[in-house]
Design a protein around this ligand. Sequence first.
Ligand code: NAD
Ligand code: UDX
Length: 481
Amino acid sequence: PTHVKSICCIGAGYVGGPTCSVIALKCPHIKVTIVDINPVRIAAWNSDVLPVYEPGLDEVVRECRGRNLFFSTDVDAAIKEADLIFVSVNTPTKTSGVGKGFAADLHYVEASTRRIASVATSSKIIVEKSTVPCRTAASMRTILESNSTFAADGTQISFQILSNPEFLAEGTAIRDLFAPDRVLIGSLDTQQGKAAANALSEVYENWVDRSKVYQTGLWSSELSKLAANALLAQRISSINSLAAICEATGANVDEVAHACGLDGRIGNKFLKASVGFGGSCFQKDILNLVYLSESLGLKEVSDYWHQVIKMNEYSKERFARKVVSTLFNTITFKKIAVLGFAFKKDTGDTREAAAITLCKYFRQERAFIAIYDPKVTTNQIMLDLTEPGVVDDAEAVRKQVRIATSMQDACDDAEAVIICTEWDEFKNASKQEWEAIYKAMKKPSFLFDGRGIVDTKMLREVGFKVHAVGKGPVIVDPVWA
Ligand code: NAD
Ligand code: UDX
């Protein structure tokens, strides 16, 4: 098809849902059906409480749902009707078998591909939206070609495969989709491949300037997604490694980041030191890259990228240790308030959130933990903190962990406050609010800022003993004193 009239998106998750809702909004002439095998998720997409929290998403869905946007569990019907299909299913890290802990689990992608092959009755463009290892499109193509049948008019059905990775970040998904830095479309260098890429480009050109659409070969497109995430995460691990030096020397990581970022070649974005990065993508995609490099016999390359993950683990551990050592080397039976559980602000997503690692560490030290997050549900927090397979662990979590209803509630009677997520509510809390919190806490009252968002000077005036990532104590050298 040269002009797309009907789109199906397989996978109604954090990517498929927002991405295809925005396509429906911007392309009223295209019918968009988002399908999923999870009926609970589809029911939520059809309700007033969407399964994904993203600023601006409710408005988009409200405007198009029932007009040219549909959410359904009838995967086959949507496949049949569509002339372009996004495969936007999850590709988690494998937890068993070959490549365990590193390789991407591609069985959801393969299941979707086989489903398309078995039910399609007309030619289609298949678009990889999921993040996949380099050359996955080749496997999809083999499956589709070996299973393709004939259309009603006797002609052989053909499938064109494109790679169109998604670069949206959670919390800003709608903004990113409305005004992407670029839209990447990879295709085979054949006439049909190029025609398919142009057809997809035409969809985006309903709201994205053509100059932002970059067409490449399939393998470059697939690899670019892993590469972009690896480069972004590498910046965070780099600044976090420097944060450790700052803390040991009295340098200030925000000043260092700013000074370096003023160099146009470096740039000032994505250099915020933190307790460690989280999210469903960075770790998974780098592990995927590590595995890919190793499979290609490129051990040094693999080691190089693996270090980004190791530095992230170290950042979380270093922060947790700092909490314990500062609290006189024991937090057993002490009450710790954790502010923020999502992996970043403006999302309810907790996948790989640093808060999970920290809370598990505090649990091991037998502390009592009170957690407050403006968006994450109690169920989700309990699920994240329960070790699978450990007998009675859910019960133990309930005894040790309390879900608080506000910052103040979490901090009541606590020995220390730990900021894990950079929610505006924490960042913009007034001096009066902090004074009330301070008053309700045990003394000395400690505050550990894992995001570098609070005004340390103001908090010290209130009375807190403050530790912020990358901001070391001012060391007075006797020579200069
Ligand atoms: P998700 O887990 O939120 O959603 C995936 C959905 O696919 C689930 O609802 C699941 O039920 C459904 N699904 C799985 N197999 C299916 C099948 N055979 N038929 C129909 N539905 C099926 O995952 P996500 O966060 O949306 O990520 C999807 C992909 O996009 C991943 O490859 C991810 O790496 C990539 N990605 C994610 C982000 C992000 O910010 N979350 C950003 C860019 C790219
Ligand atoms: C990331 C990529 O940014 C996006 O392009 C890709 O499509 C999916 O993966 P996401 O994980 O949603 O997006 O959020 P992102 O803003 O990248 O933040 C990831 C983690 O890094 C968060 O925990 C965040 O708090 C942390 N981070 C980010 C820092 O610690 N410092 C920074 O300077 C930036």
